[in-house]
Design a protein. Structure first.
Length: 202
């Protein structure tokens, strides 16, 4: 086989591989869109494109799976805990879950939790019902100032929602490294793990 034939065959092989990659990408795109439609998410929303960035793909996939399982009332679908550094799509994915499932839901920043679910005052007095809501998103866990008041509020939320609705939590405290348990304690982590799933996104 001369060099011209070898070059031609190599070019043909590269062309076929490129076509296969394009077809695979199109299939992946169609699968992702089908999953998001199943979740009830609008593909026209600008946030959809932001969530699909490669570094956020793991968060998005976990959110999709959680919504499908929650709608089917599957085991371990009470809690979804996203752990990881910033810019991995934890907050966006949490918002998608709230939008897909939340007929009556709340999005709460962790530093605001004690004011929202006060152990010494029924949160319904303030127009909130975190314990009874269909979906609660607790965002930015790890950004709060730790105190006994915050600890009691967090425990009350986690303990009270083990058998109620769905709860999504995003945190910069890794479970795998032990940082989450060291900061919040074994009882809280155990309740989340027993009734939900933990996703390390980076």
């Amino acid at each position: 086989m001369n060099s011209h034939m070898e070059a031609a065959l190599l070019e043909q092989r590269e062309t076929r591989e490129l076509e296969w990659r394009r077809e695979q990408a199109a299939r992946d795109e169609a699968d992702a869109e089908a999953r998001m439609r199943l979740c009830g998410v609008s593909l026209s929303d600008p946030g959809w494109a932001a969530l699909r960035k490669p570094e956020r793909w793991r968060s998005m996939t976990a959110a999709e799976e959680f919504v499908v399982d929650a709608k089917a009332n599957a085991p371990k679908s009470r809690f979804l805990l996203f752990c990881g550094d910033t810019r991995h799509g934890k907050t966006l994915a949490s918002a998608w879950v709230l939008r897909a499932l939340g007929a009556r839901g709340y999005f709460v920043s962790a530093p605001d939790l004690p004011r929202t679910i006060d152990p010494w005052q029924n949160e319904k007095d303030r127009g909130w019902d975190l314990l009874g809501a269909s979906v609660v998103v607790l965002d930015d866990l790890g950004q709060e100032t730790l105190s006994s008041r915050f600890g009691e509020a967090l425990f009350r939320l986690i303990d009270g929602r083990q058998s109620r609705g769905r709860t999504v939590i995003s945190t910069n405290q890794s479970v795998a490294s032990g940082a989450f348990e060291a900061r919040y304690g074994r009882p809280i982590l155990a309740r989340i793990a027993e009734s939900g799933r933990i996703v390390e996104v980076g």
